[in-house]
Design a protein around this ligand. Structure first.
Ligand code: NAP
Ligand code: ZN
Length: 350
């Protein structure tokens, strides 16, 4: 075992404190990573504050990890000391079920091991559940580590490990590209990366934001159109407009109204996770053979494909770099939609 410094929350309404956690000895396939940067995803906040229930304390969140390989186990073939690497939302899965064999480990039928707050054998993580990236070091099996191409700086790469893949995967799955009209609801951490990726794929991109305050940024990220959803007229003007709508908002939205913005065979994909059930009139599905779906992050192979794509197209997240003692105020600002567009912790300050 080795010690790592980390920032943890001990109660849902407490403040982050510096703690010491243990990391396991390297097994043959393990990679020890010196974490350089850790992004703050809204899911970290939902979990750390126990908004989804089932949070184990002390909780060390963080699933947008970028760093450098510090050591490798004897059988590791993919990485060497000094490599630039990333870890996202998962650190293991069963490897033998249908989804795992299809490179969709996030849908592992036995449940993927998430980067934090998943119960594991103490041999895997001595505390008995996984501890995330708000930490100086992590140990991860090599199949769940990806390479960060030289073309992307580590700090702006970190948020791609969750926000990037969460948008890239449905954009690929539903065929975003030239001739496709894609709308993204909410231009926060997920949404702003989605705008950049969808535009780079060649789609016609529209942002549906709750105000026009970020319009100039949206256009700079590649959006062709930008509308404020507070203006009721847009729901009439944009009726039947889109092939694909990605909803990144976790708050309850009137989904039925957005369904009517889809064209023939269009799909609305839920990425944010609202607390309450969704209500949709059947006629808004059958009318133009529309679909309502959802998507969760993406597989490891596709995460690597996404990073390569982002490097090729010069895409990184827009970030505000913070020190570890600013996590609490950063959380409050994310909840208030006051971040442009992702907070990233400089782990040298832990
Ligand atoms: P974020 O940075 O807080 O962005 C969310 C955006 O939603 C805000 O910037 C805002 O955009 C909009 N919004 C927030 N509150 C709203 C409200 N009350 N009404 C209307 N719009 C509102 O969060 P994030 O990190 O992008 O995460 C978004 C959601 O996705 C979270 O629920 C997170 O847990 C979930 N998530 C899901 C996956 C997955 O695999 N499916 C992965 C990661 C995260 P505008 O100002 O532009 O309206
Ligand atoms: Zn996330």
């Amino acid at each position: 075992m080795s010690n790592a410094a980390a920032y943890a929350l001990s109660t849902p309404d407490g403040a982050f404190e510096k703690v010491t956690i243990e990391r396991r000895e390297l097994g043959p396939h393990d990679v020890l990573i010196d974490v350089e940067y850790a992004g703050i995803c809204h899911s970290d906040i939902h979990t750390a504050r126990d908004e989804w229930g089932g949070t184990r304390y002390p909780c060390v969140p963080g699933h947008e990890i970028a760093g450098l390989v510090a050591a490798v186990g004897g059988a590791v073939t993919k990485f060497r000391v000094g490599d630039r690497v990333g870890v996202g939302c998962m650190v293991d899965s069963c490897g033998v079920c249908g989804p795992c064999l299809a490179d969709e480990e996030q849908y592992c039928t036995r449940g993927a091991t998430m980067t934090y707050n998943t119960p594991v054998d103490p041999a895997v993580q001595p505390e008995g559940y996984t501890m995330g990236g708000y930490s100086t070091q992590v140990v991860v099996t090599e199949n769940f580590v990806v390479s960060i191409p030289d073309g992307i700086a580590l700090d702006v790469a970190a948020p791609l490990l969750c926000a990037g893949i969460t948008l890239f995967s449905p954009l690929r799955h539903w065929g975003a590209g030239p001739g496709k009209r894609v709308a993204i609801i909410g231009m926060g951490g997920l949404g702003h990366v989605g705008v950049k990726i969808a535009a780079a794929m060649g789609a016609e991109v529209t942002v549906l934001s709750h105000s026009l305050s970020k319009q100039d940024d949206g256009k700079r990220f590649g959006a062709h159109h930008y509308y404020a959803t507070g203006d009721q007229q847009i729901f009439r003007d944009l009726r039947g407009r889109f092939d694909l709508i990605l909803n990144t908002v976790s708050a309850d939205l009137p989904i039925d109204r957005y369904m009517r913005l889809l064209n023939l065979d269009g799909t609305l994909v839920m990425l944010g996770v609202p607390e309450n059930p969704i209500s949709v009139k059947s006629f808004n599905l059958s009318g133009l053979r529309r679909s309502l779906s959802g998507s969760m992050i993406g597989g490891i192979a596709q995460t690597q494909e996404m990073l390569n794509f982002c490097a090729e197209h010069g895409i990184g997240a827009e970030i505000e770099l913070i020190s570890a003692d600013e996590i609490d105020s950063a959380y409050d600002r994310v909840v208030a939609s006051d971040v442009r567009y992702r907070f990233v912790i400089d782990t040298a300050t832990i």
